[in-house]
Design a protein around this ligand. Structure first.
Ligand SMILES: Cc1cc2nc3c(=O)[nH]c(=O)nc-3n(C[C@H](O)[C@H](O)[C@H](O)COP(=O)(O)O)c2cc1C
Ligand code: SF4
Length: 509
């Protein structure tokens, strides 16, 4: 008998390790020869721990499975059981997705290079190895891929700048700091399909002439750190990394570095300082990291998902990838649906679904069953969208046009019990705590912002224009997007939910 059980940190937090032990013990008691393969997550968080059994028709899913279910599952031969969900691929949440970047996640053993190859892994690299650096960069440009870390900068243009720079050493730095609220795509990918990221980094290195890479991985992700570290060692042993990548003559090697828990260290220049062992403070641009990045050398800084999408682009071709999407937002995006929601998880889809489709259809509305009041899209610096804007299609320009951003595609859903004044205060407080301190509009502005929201909460309506003025100053005068984008959640809360700010002095007392 072959079973598959998620080893992702979410499944572990929900009891998958105890479940694994119980499955092994029950199989031994019954004299059943059990092969229990640990896989990454399929991304359906409400079904974790998700257990799958191999059948002639495909993998059949059960979830969420607890230790208490084990005896009955063996008893019914993993057939008719209250937790049975049918074919995994048939579960609506999964069936409706277009899984390109996450095609192997939850399917393969994350640390089996032979599984990886059998599922199409290394096909992209093999193709790229036969191309010139310029042709690789052109393919990435043609695919329309834009950075998935938040800013949506075209990946091909960034690579072209680094490729064109003349230097003795260049670097590929993968931004795995994933600090945005509601986001977990980077973690899921690194825990569930680490070789995809490694393959993407190798292709980037060959394209721009970089021989060394680093993954800057947040310390809060111990499982991802362990999986990536083992995967890098295995890739080196199999000559996927090292002096001659797959015997091609190209050199590329990489290592995992751990961050220390500052949100601002996800900002690329701050990250580079941290990677160099310095304080994680933002650097002024120019110079661009593409020209003077890690240790002053030309550096590609890309998000995990940007780099992990490179292999599929080379495996299937730029035209294939580009054909998905909407407007200038090409390809697929792994939406991360979280907060007060019924079906939370990762949903990879072509750009273009409306916010309403994502929240109501896919997410199934709130877990509390109360009406959705607001959705914060794009992490702590993203705007709050009211239901009136639920017809906004998911795309970079479409969200920017509504004074919002998609960021790293995290969505936090709130029901009607949310107090948007408190959320505005939280945004300012978050900025005050996480500010690197380099520029005044952010360092001082965020502290004054908290005080100003508190004045409004006390019924001082004269403080509202002051808050607007402060937001405009932070937006225009901050050195980076931490101070520059904090006005998005604050102003969207004020604009779309004015009633929450209309406190009377009497009510405040
Ligand atoms: C305060 C702040 C935090 C950020 N955090 C992250 C992060 O955790 N991960 C990430 O990939 N990009 C983050 N970014 C964006 C990076 O600065 C940079 O744009 C990105 O790593 C570039 O990669 P991409 O082009 O592949 O998106 C952050 C930016 C700011 C201003
Ligand atoms: S905006 Fe804030 S985090 Fe960014 S450089 Fe200025 S002080 Fe630092």
């Amino acid at each position: 008998m072959r079973l598959y059980l998620s080893i992702d940190a979410v499944a572990k937090a929900l009891g998958s390790e105890k479940l694994a032990a119980a499955l092994q013990a029950e199989a031994a008691r019954r004299g059943i020869d059990l092969v229990l393969t640990r896989v990454g997550s399929r991304g359906m968080v409400w079904l974790e721990p998700l257990l799958e059994v191999e059948t002639a028709a495909g993998r059949m899913a059960f979830g969420p499975v607890g230790v208490a279910d084990v005896t009955a599952l063996f008893e019914c031969g993993f057939g008719a059981h209250a937790k049975a969900l049918g074919l995994t691929e048939g579960i609506a949440f999964l069936k409706r997705q277009t899984r390109l970047t996450f095609a192997r996640c939850g399917v393969v053993d994350p640390l089996s290079l032979s599984d990886y190859r059998a599922a199409g892994g290394l096909a992209g690299l093999t193709r790229a190895l036969a191309m010139t650096g310029d042709a690789i960069v052109a393919e990435v440009t043609d695919s329309g891929l834009r950075g998935r870390g938040g800013a949506g900068f075209p990946t091909g243009i960034k690579w072209k700048t680094v490729a064109g720079a003349v230097a003795t050493q260049k670097y590929i730095v993968c931004n795995a700091d994933e600090g945005d609220s509601a986001t977990f795509a980077d973690r899921m990918l690194m825990e569930g399909d680490p070789f995809t990221l490694i393959e993407g980094m190798v292709i980037a290195g060959i394209a721009v002439g970089a021989t060394r890479g680093y993954v800057y991985l947040r310390s809060e992700y111990p499982d991802a750190i362990a999986t990536m570290t083992r995967a890098v060692a295995m890739a080196r042993a199999e000559r996927l990394l090292g002096a001659s990548v797959l015997g091609s003559g190209f050199t590329f090697d990489m290592e995992i570095r751990t961050g220390a828990g500052a949100y601002v260290c996800g900002e690329e220049t701050s990250l580079l300082n941290s990677l160099e062992g310095k304080r994680g403070v933002v650097r002024a641009k120019p110079p661009l990291p593409a020209l003077e990045g890690f240790l002053g050398k030309p550096t590609v800084v890309n998000n995990v998902i940007s780099l992990a999408t490179i292999p599929v682009i080379f495996e299937k071709g730029a035209a294939f990838y580009k054909h998905f999407g909407l407007g200038r937002s090409r390809g697929t995006i792994p939406l991360q649906i979280a907060g007060n929601v019924q079906f939370g998880g990762l949903f990879e889809t072509a750009f273009g679904l409306t916010l309403g489709e994502i929240v109501d259809d896919i997410g199934g509305g709130t877990l509390s069953g109360r009406p959705v009041k607001a959705v914060q899209v794009g992490g702590p610096l993203g705007a709050y969208f009211p239901r009136a804007l639920f017809d906004t299609p998911f795309g970079y320009e479409e969200f920017a046009g509504k004074d919002g951003l998609i960021g790293h595609a995290g969505l936090t859903i709130f029901d009607d019990s949310a107090d948007m004044l408190k959320q505005a205060r939280f945004a300012m407080e978050f900025c005050a705590i996480e500010s690197c301190g380099k520029c005044t509009p952010c360092r001082i502005g965020a502290v004054r912002g908290v005080e100003t929201v508190d004045r409004i909460a006390r019924g001082d309506m004269a403080a509202i224009p002051l808050l607007t003025d402060l937001c405009n100053t932070m937006k225009a005068g901050s050195l980076c997007a931490l101070g520059g984008f904090t006005p998005y959640p604050v102003m969207s809360a004020l604009t779309h939910f004015p009633d929450d700010f209309a406190r009377t002095k009497e009510a405040a007392q």
